[in-house]
Design a protein. Structure first.
Ligand SMILES: Cc1ncc(COP(=O)(O)O)c(C=O)c1O
Length: 382
């Protein structure tokens, strides 16, 4: 059975199922075991195997992954965490959840990611962690400042919500020794429906994360079933991944090679289709080492172009309105010129595995026309 959502360019992003997911979920439902089960543990083993790491700790969302990773790194009140403002609000909310202060940094407009220099300029004596966001799937390696960060006991906690499968050189993101957080939400490179994984730095950190995601309970639920009590040794949250979600993820993992191939080939199709358009700057990736998650361009007259494309039923979006300009985070706002400039220009084009090269060519044609109309409207007024 193949279950597909609408296969067209009307959506900005869309889950892609290979057909085995429903049967995998049905099997878990029939088992009557819906919580953290051996299916969840199998999912963790398979993720660890793919990434080439010893431990992968599954949780219920990417936000839970970020929150537990910060707790495991002992980041808390009195600490600052360096985060880009150009990210989904979840990155910032996780910092606030542990009582730390977000220290917003600017980005390189070519990648939408932080740079080594921007991070170093933001380090203070209170900095406990840096959270680079691997925007659109692009790896951020911080190579030139890594030694200094380590000497200052500053943890690197990667927000790799967009970057499952991408690589740094020969290694997959998650396999380079940092705390890495993935999201497996509905539209990510791999979906569990909802879910996330933290890759810890050490085996001890893995144990801490396992306790944190299970209310601080020391034993697994399976062990508890055979005893009259259970032990709560530490703080924890109800953050585990259910077997139902893990089953979806396992079925998706069986096809991850296809996912990589399809997403890379769609990216190359976008590159070709957008190349002739004047005024359009693709926020490019290296498709050989990235599993692309979002396709974004910078365009003039963005709001008009956005409205024009939406009126034609093309599912464009904007990722993201900057966080330092959000009411909830206003206390930590500071001028971020590149972020503010880019925020008025970025446009997310439809990018999901239901698209065909023909859809992509049509999106590019419509974008070219929308740009001409927006430019002509501006000239007519001036
Ligand atoms: C950059 C980034 N970080 C964190 C998250 C949070 O992940 P989740 O939605 O699984 O909680 C997302 C979700 O889209 C994201 O895009």
């Amino acid at each position: 059975m193949t279950i597909c959502t609408k296969p067209d360019a009307g959506r900005n992003a869309s889950p892609f199922l290979y057909g085995q997911e429903a049967a995998a979920v049905a099997e878990v439902l029939e088992s009557g075991q819906y919580g953290h089960t051996d299916v969840t543990e199998e999912f963790e083993r398979r993720i660890a195997e793919l990434l080439g790491v010893r431990d992968a700790v599954a949780v219920c969302s990417g936000t839970a992954a970020l929150h537990t990773a910060l707790l495991a790194a002992e980041v808390g009140p009195g600490h600052e965490v360096i985060v880009p403002s150009m990210t989904f609000c979840a990155t910032v909310q996780a910092v606030i959840a542990v009582g730390a202060t977000p220290r917003f940094v600017d980005i390189d407009p070519a990648t939408l990611c932080v740079t080594d220099q921007l991070v170093m300029e933001a380090v203070t004596t209170k900095t406990a962690a840096v959270m680079p966001v691997l925007f659109g799937g692009r790896a951020v390696d911080l190579t030139s400042i890594r030694k200094e960060l380590t000497e200052r006991h500053i943890s690197v906690i990667e927000d790799a919500a967009h970057a499952f499968g991408s690589r740094y050189g020969a290694r997959r993101v998650g396999g380079t020794g940092d705390l890495t957080c993935f999201s497996f939400g509905p539209i990510k490179n791999l979906t569990c429906g909802q879910g996330g994984v933290v890759v810890p730095r050490t085996h001890d950190e893995a144990d801490t994360l396992r306790q944190l995601r299970l209310l601080g309970v020391v034993k697994s639920q399976a062990e508890c079933a055979n005893t009259t009590s259970y032990r709560v040794d530490s703080f924890g949250l109800r953050y585990q991944m259910s077997g139902i979600n893990a089953a979806i993820g396992l079925a998706q993992l069986d096809h991850f090679e296809s996912t990589e191939r399809i997403r890379r080939s769609l990216w190359r199709a976008y590159r070709r289709a957008l190349a002739p358009l004047d005024g359009v700057t693709l926020i490019d990736v290296d498709p050989d080492r990235t599993v692309p998650h979002l396709c974004q361009v910078r365009v003039p007259h963005r709001d008009k172009v956005f409205a024009q494309l939406r009126a034609q039923g093309i599912g464009v979006g904007v990722h993201y309105p900057p966080n330092h300009l959000q009411t909830a985070f206003a206390d930590w706002a500071r001028p971020l010129p590149a972020t503010e400039q880019v925020a008025g220009e970025i446009l997310t084009l439809p990018f999901h595995q239901h698209l065909t090269e023909t859809d992509i060519a049509q999106v590019a044609t419509a974008l070219g026309q929308a740009l001409k109309m927006a430019g002509a409207a501006s000239c007519a007024r001036s």
